[in-house]
Design a protein around this ligand. Sequence first.
Ligand code: GDP
Ligand code: ADP
Length: 216
Amino acid sequence: MSEKLNALKENRRGLMIVLSSPSGAGKTTLTRRLLAENENMTMSVSATTRAPRPGETDGKDYYFMSKTQFSDMVAKDDFLEHAKVFDNFYGTPRGPVETALENGGDVVFDIDWQGAQQLAEAAANDLVKIFILPPNMQELESRLRSRAQDSDTVIAKRMSKAETEISHWPEYDYVIVNEDVETAMSELRAIVAAERMQRRRQFWLSGFVKTLISGG
Ligand SMILES: Nc1nc2c(ncn2[C@@H]2O[C@H](COP(=O)(O)OP(=O)(O)O)[C@@H](O)[C@H]2O)c(=O)[nH]1
Ligand SMILES: Nc1ncnc2c1ncn2[C@@H]1O[C@H](COP(=O)(O)OP(=O)(O)O)[C@@H](O)[C@H]1O
């Protein structure tokens, strides 16, 4: 029976999981681990008109495209949401997200609070918004330094942006303080597990309950 029940349970609608945080709080670390643990979970790859940076791969980090290609996609309503950030355009392609959700797959979005707000307007029912906070600002800075990816100037810029980003925490459904990474992962797993159990996402239940009460 349990095998049969497990097969039934797969007939659910997937989740759109947005993880936002000030840069350096641990969003990438937590996202990577969550994806590694969940077969049926993918990362949404955004489209952008900005040029690729060294080491970035088209189709993995972003879909890099021209402004014309981007506006064609806007005209065809191919984006779930899109925005202009500084001089470049960014957008979330609609097709891969919708296919995944219909097949019971979860999609993770690494976007900031503005993108999260737009996704909430486009797809509130499917969305779970999680905000990651650092335990304190000294630790945030030391994580940015230990990551050794950015120059001092970029680190200073990220630190000065952090306060504004943190101020958006009340717009999220869940907040995780990432002090210890194992604790943060347990909290993240608990959120995902509970959200998957939401009645409205479990398509299989109505058929199951019909059989249940008829004694089948
Ligand atoms: N609205 C929206 N914003 C995005 C999307 N993808 C990336 N961004 C935002 O665009 C901004 C710039 O991203 P990026 O060029 O990779 O630079 P960096 O993240 O600052 O190093 C960040 O604030 C991202 O959160 C998207 O699909 N939609
Ligand atoms: N709980 C934690 N304790 C200590 N270091 C952490 C923790 N979470 C992440 N880090 C480290 O902090 C740095 C920034 O994390 P990262 O996941 O890249 O942040 P973000 O994606 O939010 O910018 C990385 O070097 C990462 O290994």
